[in-house]
Design a protein around this ligand. Structure first.
Ligand SMILES: [Mg+2]
Length: 336
């Protein structure tokens, strides 16, 4: 069946089932002129949005609807996580070209609903319209944060330990497999592929970091470690020194890099779309927070360097030499 056959309202009716996951506090969801829902007194309202355009951010032929929907929501959850918040409501608008089958769109909503229910987030509305050629998806996600626990990019202090909540570079390796149509012939390559298409937003991790009271700055790794750390440096007016030996490189990425001849450190530095959280932790509290983190998630919070007063980004190489690094990663306007 095509979208034309069931029409916009038939489509909305189809996809709106399963969108209300947490009904408490929701006055109206999909189906009225606007959504109405209660916020929480004394909490800050967080709002983030992300626009995905076919051929710029994804290739429709190279993805399933499910994976695309999942990721469209995941990247927004990741931004709420980076602020130390809880994700609450989502709004999804899509521009649909004529040749996009209804099954693909239903699969896309299944992907979104899958992640939304995992984190008890409602999909409360949006808009649908036609598009001449490309599929366009815009997601807005709201969140809540305690004003005293809000994580910003701007609070990093000299001496802080820079940490990552997970491994870096896997997603870039997964993208390499997709772009070069390399067959997934091992569990390692499968893990890298999954890291790229089904990234897990670090919402619980972000909450723990925010509640600890000793995280001075945070950002999610969307453009790449060096690029995103550059944002913290700029916002905080500090420098940073990363240590290559401490870089969290997954065994999967090691296997990939030896097989295809890449340097895992470069993948970790400039990869992008890891959606781990990068944070700057007060040095004296580092022991306490890593212990809390390990207890809660049964894996380490990886220390990867420290905040300095140099204003530069440096890397201590594996042979202990110091080299300056220029923030590299995804810049939508520079890389045409
Ligand atoms: Mg972000």
């Amino acid at each position: 069946m095509s979208l034309k056959e069931i029409g916009e309202f038939g489509f909305i009716d189809k996809i709106s089932r399963g969108c209300l996951i947490r009904p408490e506090g929701v006055v109206t969801a999909i189906g009225d002129d606007a959504a109405a829902f209660h916020g929480k007194a004394e909490q800050l309202l967080l709002v983030t949005t992300d626009l995905l355009v076919e051929r710029v951010h994804f290739l429709r032929q190279a993805t399933s609807g499910f994976n695309l929907g999942y990721k469209a929501l995941a990247v927004n959850f990741s931004d709420i996580a980076a602020m130390g918040g809880n994700a609450r409501e989502a709004f999804v608008s899509i521009g649909i070209p004529d040749d996009c089958p209804l099954e693909f769109l239903e699969d896309l909503y299944r992907g979104m609903q899958h992640l939304a229910s995992e984190f008890t987030v409602n999909i409360l509305g949006g808009d649908t319209t036609g598009s001449k050629q490309d599929l366009i998806i815009n997601v807005v996600v709201t969140g809540m944060a305690d004003p005293s626990e809000l994580l910003l990019r701007s609070g990093a202090q000299v001496g802080d330990i820079i940490c990552s909540t997970g491994c870096l570079g896997d997603s870039r390796a997964g993208l390499h497999l997709i772009l070069n149509t390399i067959g997934i012939d091992s569990p390692e390559l499968r893990a890298l592929f999954d890291a790229h298409v089904l990234p897990k937003p670090c919402l619980q991790e972000g909450r723990l970091l925010a509640a600890s009271g000793c995280v001075h700055a945070a950002i999610d790794v969307s453009d790449g470690l060096s690029s995103d750390l550059g944002h913290i440096m700029q916002a905080s007016g500090v420098g940073a020194r990363l240590v290559a030996k401490q870089m969290p490189i997954s065994p999967h990425l090691q296997v990939f890099c030896s097989r295809f001849g890449f340097d895992p450190i470069e993948f970790a530095l400039a990869g992008g779309e890891d959606y781990t959280l990068l944070c700057s932790v007060e040095r004296k509290q580092f022991g306490r927070i890593t212990e809390e983190y390990r207890k809660a998630f049964d894996r380490p919070l990886y220390p990867i360097g420290e905040i300095t007063d140099t204003g530069r980004m440096e890397l201590v190489e594996t042979d202990s030499r110091l080299r300056d690094i220029t923030p590299a990663g995804w810049d939508h306007f520079k890389r045409k």
